[in-house]
Design a protein around this ligand. Structure first.
Ligand SMILES: Nc1ncnc2c1ncn2[C@@H]1O[C@H](COP(=O)(O)OP(=O)(O)OP(=O)(O)O)[C@@H](O)[C@H]1O
Length: 629
């Protein structure tokens, strides 16, 4: 390998950086390796790819796939960033013509045993940045420990509590298994568990019953109530969790049949926090107040919307959660993973559709959850231990009809069913909950009409207090939301916000009354979280603009625009940013070309944000079809 080719590689990587293919940090990492004495092009390029992948949410990169199909593995060139100055990665790897894995094992920058301190780790054919490998290894060890022993439970008491809470026996009237009851039993039995299910499958409904069953076990022994920590990755999701639990608790407390569980029900305090707040984030730092040496003082930690937890946050959560506590993750495994690295929930639930329960697990669940017949197709004595801790909900109580059918068809990658749903929507009247706007540009009058016709706002004169009006405006803002698959380009979030601003006759990037904004970075001083949405309003009494944000305690909190440094106008947001939220009418803008970004998880997540109505805008058929194939 000559210096000339090494220079050429760095020239090439600089071109990649300038064209936005890789980040400056990816290039800096490779320069660091070179300064540390690594001179082989193939090792340096593989390192650049591992760093680039970490930036795209992947903790490692598979060496075989990198050599055989680098463009699709790396998504290079990225969306709308073709550059005549850049050679695609396949071209570079072909030039080197060596086996990557062999080259990496010979590098002093690569650790193949996992017990050194090199910046890269190669294991199982995958190349990791050491930090991510350490997180993965820690999570694996920690969970194995949590799964290796169980809290003491009174199975007879649990069985009778579940019978009271769920009424019907484990197999419902139509023979369906009551998976909610099964999940409660399994979660009481274990120190670590996962409950996964799509929209409206009753995850929150189950949390309240689970807490009741747990508290009843404890109070029955004459012990003080368990200390419970409820959390979610975003402020919005935490607020939604609190509200749903409060309302479900009211129902249960008012149910005369549950009088014997009154003490357990009364001991539940629904107070959801963001994970950052629960762990005690230290401003401008990656560390938390609570960690292995100062764990949370809690007996049960329940985290909702767990699909948004990245590998670094999961590590922090496990470090802060006492080993004796119960840790329960709840979420929809089919949703997009976090934008940060690591699909924690997806990986934990991999295989959950097929169960893989051991006979012992199935027999215990059958007995305690009172199931007549545990489905034999879900039993496999060779199933992984982690799957004994996972329960998947298989029935929705709220999410039906064309929106759900389309989401499920995409999730199953069933092209024929996707086509059928699209065809039905194409031929349906205005009442159909899925509407198609097949336009080849957002300049199309149909898009203008959709935007103008769907935005409504409460009338100020209907309210006695300005705060009540502001609260109503904030609530109405969730009635209609545009989502985009992409950030850049004519179908990306920036262009759509600009376009909606034009349609409404405002400059979307300036301050004006009615401007909806999303916070893009946590601001601990202002107590605002990344993803919080506010609206600029002018109180006639003060006469100046202030931004109203929802507030759990006071309904509304006011912030001056000048204090908001990290915000974006949010007529449209990316599907990634929409996770954990639902909107009555969701508009999904899809590009006119297929893109690796249009994964089935992204389409499923976007579509399942729609509570009552879904409008698909763009030349979406192409994108939807190719994902469903
Ligand atoms: N077993 C059940 N019997 C009757 N109603 C139920 C049952 N399970 C859930 N529901 C109802 O279905 C609706 C959706 O339940 P819930 O909000 O708990 O679902 P979820 O999985 O948390 O939904 P999402 O993920 O969309 O927030 C609620 O109105 C709830 O009361």
């Amino acid at each position: 390998m000559t210096d000339t080719t090494l220079n050429t590689l760095f020239d090439e990587l600089r071109e990649w950086r300038d064209a936005g293919w890789i980040r400056s940090i990816d290039l800096a990492f490779v320069e660091f390796l070179q300064q540390a004495g690594e001179a082989r092009n193939e090792v340096l390029l593989a390192a650049a790819c591992a760093s680039h992948e970490a930036g795209r949410g992947h903790t490692s990169v598979n060496m075989n796939a990198l050599q055989t199909e680098p463009e699709s593995v790396l998504n290079l060139p990225p969306e709308n960033r073709y550059s005549p100055n850049c050679t695609a990665p396949g071209g570079l790897f072909r030039q080197f013509g060596v086996n990557l894995e062999t080259a990496l094992t010979q590098s002093h920058c690569v650790d193949v045993e996992g017990n050194g301190n090199q910046p890269l780790v190669l294991t199982g054919g995958k190349l990791y940045l050491r930090r991510y490998w350490q997180y993965e290894a820690f999570i694996e060890r920690d969970l194995q420990l949590r799964m290796s022993d169980r809290p003491v439970t009174n199975d007879d008491l649990l069985k009778s509590t579940l019978a009271k809470l769920f009424g019907q026996a484990g197999n419902g009237n139509n023979g369906d298994i009551n998976w909610q009851r099964v999940a409660c039993a399994n979660t009481v039995r274990n120190r670590f568990s996962v409950i996964t299910g799509g929209p409206g499958t009753g995850k929150t409904y189950t949390v309240v019953r689970l807490l009741t069953a747990l508290q009843h076990q404890t109070l029955f022994l004459g012990l003080p109530p368990l200390r419970v920590s409820l959390a979610a990755p975003t402020g919005k999701a935490a607020a939604r969790l609190t509200e749903s639990i409060e309302s479900e608790l009211d129902t249960l407390r008012g149910d005369a049949k549950l009088a014997s569980l009154k003490d357990a029900l009364d001991s539940i305090k629904p107070e959801g926090k963001t994970l950052h707040r629960l762990l005690g984030v230290k401003p401008n730092s990656r560390t938390f107040k609570h960690h292995a040496d100062n764990p949370l003082r809690t007996d049960v930690v329940i985290v909702d919307e767990a699909s948004m937890i990245d590998i670094e946050m999961m590590t922090a959560l496990l470090k802060a959660t006492p080993k004796q506590a119960r840790l329960v993750l709840i979420g929809d495994k089919d949703q997009l993973a976090s934008v940060e690295a690591g699909a924690v929930l997806g990986n934990l639930c991999s295989g959950a559709d097929q169960g893989y329960y051991h006979t012992e697990t199935a027999q215990w669940l059958q007995q305690v959850a009172d199931i007549a017949d545990f489905p034999t197709e879900l039993i496999d004595d060779n199933g992984e231990r982690r799957l004994q801790h996972v329960v998947k909900f298989r029935k929705s109580y709220r999410f039906f009809g064309p929106i759900a059918d389309l989401a499920n068809a995409i999730n199953r990658q069933d092209d024929a069913a996707v086509q059928q749903e699209l065809e039905q929507a194409r031929n349906a009247d205005d009442e159909h909950s899925v509407q198609l706007y097949e336009v080849n540009s957002l300049d199309a009058p149909e898009f203008t009409e959709l935007v103008r016709g769907s935005r409504s706002s409460p009338r100020l004169e209907s309210f006695n207090h300005f705060d009540d009006y502001a609260k109503a405006v904030l609530d109405a803002n969730t009635d209609f939301q545009i989502l985009t698959a992409l950030r850049e380009g004519p179908w990306g979030v920036k262009a759509v916000n600009q376009k909606v601003g034009d349609i409404l006759g405002v400059n979307a990037n300036s301050w004006y009354e009615g401007r909806p904004v999303m916070v893009t970075k946590n601001d601990y001083g202002l107590k605002l979280n990344n993803g919080d949405i506010g609206i600029a309003l002018k109180d006639p009494e003060h006469g100046h603009l202030r931004v109203a944000f929802p507030d759990q305690e006071h309904g509304v909190r006011w912030v001056l625009p000048s204090r908001l440094t990290h915000i974006e106008t949010v007529y449209a947001m990316t599907v990634h940013k929409s996770q954990g939220s639902e909107f009555k009418h969701t508009v999904m803008v899809l590009p006119d070309h297929d893109s690796p970004v249009l994964s089935k998880e992204l389409l499923y997540t976007g579509i399942t944000r729609a509570k009552e109505r879904l409008s698909l805008v763009g030349m979406f058929a192409l994108g939807l079809n190719s994902k469903a194939c």
